[in-house]
Design a protein around this ligand. Sequence first.
Ligand SMILES: CC(C)(COP(=O)(O)OP(=O)(O)OC[C@H]1O[C@@H](n2cnc3c(N)ncnc32)[C@H](O)[C@@H]1OP(=O)(O)O)[C@@H](O)C(=O)NCCC(=O)NCCS
Length: 394
Amino acid sequence: MRVGIEALGVAVPPTCVAMEDLARARGVEPSKYLDGIGTWRMSVAQDDEDTVTLAAQAGHMALTSAGVPANDIGLLVVGTETAVDHSKPVASYVQSLLGVGRRCRVFETKHACYGGTAALQMALDWIRSGSAAGKKALVICSDIARYGLKTAGEPTQGAGAVALLVSDDPKILSLEPDRTGICSTDVHDFWRPLYSKDAFVDGPYSVQCYLDALTGAYEHFQERNPGVTTDSFAAIAYHVPYGKMARKAHRQLRAMEGDLTPDASFEALVGSSLTLPAQVGNIYTGSLYLALASTLATSPLSLDGKRIGLFSYGSGSCAEFFAGTVTPGAQDRVKKLGLQSLLDHRRVLSIEEYEAIMRERDGLDTRPAAPAPADTFRYLGVDAHRRTYLAPNS
Ligand SMILES: CC(C)(COP(=O)(O)OP(=O)(O)OC[C@H]1O[C@@H](n2cnc3c(N)ncnc32)[C@H](O)[C@@H]1OP(=O)(O)O)[C@@H](O)C(=O)NCCC(=O)NCCS
């Protein structure tokens, strides 16, 4: 049985910040953010958006692009590290916003940026085992990355969601159980204590932990798949907290393979994966899958039937290097989603507007619910300690 990703959906807020403007406001050379970090636009969520609305929007795109009714979903999982409640999962809100039926397992997964991959691997096994009994899984990675104003992590924020429809009809990418390698270690590189809205990170250490975990996961992958090297792949998508990190990751793997000029293969193997992420910033769980969507939407090569490598890293840490085979026609399917046009239609905020939105978001979890027109999924506010949402046309 072929199992994998049948359809993709992507959601980003309608507003963003130009990194050049942010650099100037922070007294930093713009080239540091544009080239040194590798991001030129960073998505900023509005005050009627949160992890739930972004997840619902991405899930809606995945289902409608595949022509799959919500009732075909028998497993709905949201991977996130920026959930809206300590108990009620984001996935339950999404269930009602998308109209997913009651005969469905619904829950949330967490392991920093790896949470979505944990859900994806579990969904693949659920289909392979036969437990799905003809149903499909909807795995959504949704996050709003936030380090706070004027911190070192500020230029590596972002907001967005990627939904993956997982089934035995993988029209995008098929994924095999033995083509994966894992590495996990207990480290304190990035975390967000229960009392804080902003993440804490030991930046340089987190980069080192990412690279150590990449090494471990890739070694495990190669043990299970002897003879496979990075040249065996037509493209590689690495977890992208910021573009430069993907370059560091690629250098690491090529160096392990004895390549003395690791950058020479970067553009051909990795370049396309960064086109969309460079315009969105860090979306934590969804970052790898936005890189995958970017590869499929923007690669100048035909990837039909070709193998691509994927690397997922979640601080804390858990990492997985895995591989999939692109289904013929997948690139056209992803191109039809119009992802670049979605990004082109965003409004660029002034730095004053961005800072005001960041401050406003501090009060969102207690803001009283207020009615609003809905042309997309909206967060209204809190009513008797309950978050309330609106679906389009409801
Ligand atoms: C990414 C992060 C560590 C950068 O921290 P920083 O101290 O502000 O930035 P650095 O001084 O390391 O500079 C970043 C890069 O820009 C380069 N740079 C600096 N000034 C530059 C300029 N004017 N032009 C071009 N590049 C420039 C640096 O050389 C560095 O490149 P390198 O990493 O290849 O050495 C920080 O934003 C962070 O902590 N982010 C969150 C954590 C994260 O995403 N971790 C990833 C693993 S999950």
